[in-house]
Design a protein around this ligand. Structure first.
Ligand SMILES: [Zn+2]
Length: 159
């Protein structure tokens, strides 16, 4: 794993990473060897997290196979950690990069109560997805996710 610690100008995800490094991103959950984990802004899907690759690559296939594998192992363990906290009906995984040209994974817990659960999350209006959590709830959710991530990755930095 050879993370490129230099962030790239004009990339929204590199900008978030710069804020995380500066301690200025309040939804930061954990740093893993290959990525940063943040709480997403669509908490209609409670527990929704995004993994931001430490490497500014526009496509998975432009990363080395080893770097992509490290990232995928982290996707898998963070998904398991999220599931331990929110016990979803199903976990959805999306790696798109159409808006921001930097590999990132969306981990989206789906729930039985969602009448659109058999389709992709994007079927639901964005305004309905963008639910903010009450502050104490948000902090408690982040704390629980940190505990479950740390239990699965000894190299996780959770602070
Ligand atoms: Zn970037």
């Amino acid at each position: 794993m050879t993370p490129d610690n230099a962030t790239t100008a004009n990339c929204g995800i590199c900008a978030i990473i710069d804020r995380i490094k500066a301690g200025n991103f309040h939804d930061h959950i954990a740093e893993l060897p290959g990525c940063y984990v943040i709480l997403g802004d669509r908490q209609y899907y409670r527990g929704y997290c995004v993994l931001l690759s430490k490497i500014h690559a526009t496509e998975l296939y432009l990363m080395t196979a080893e770097d992509a594998r490290v990232l995928f192992d982290e996707v898998r363990l963070v998904a398991e950690a999220i599931a331990a906290v929110v016990t979803p009906w199903k976990m959805n995984y999306e790696c798109l990069g159409n808006s921001e040209p930097h590999v990132h994974w969306h981990l989206l817990p789906r729930y039985e109560t969602d009448e659109l659960r058999r389709g992709p999350i994007w079927m639901r209006a964005e305004s309905e997805q963008k639910v903010s959590l009450e502050e104490n709830d948000r902090l408690a959710l982040i704390a629980s996710l940190r505990t479950e991530i740390a239990a699965r990755c000894s190299r996780a930095i959770v602070k």
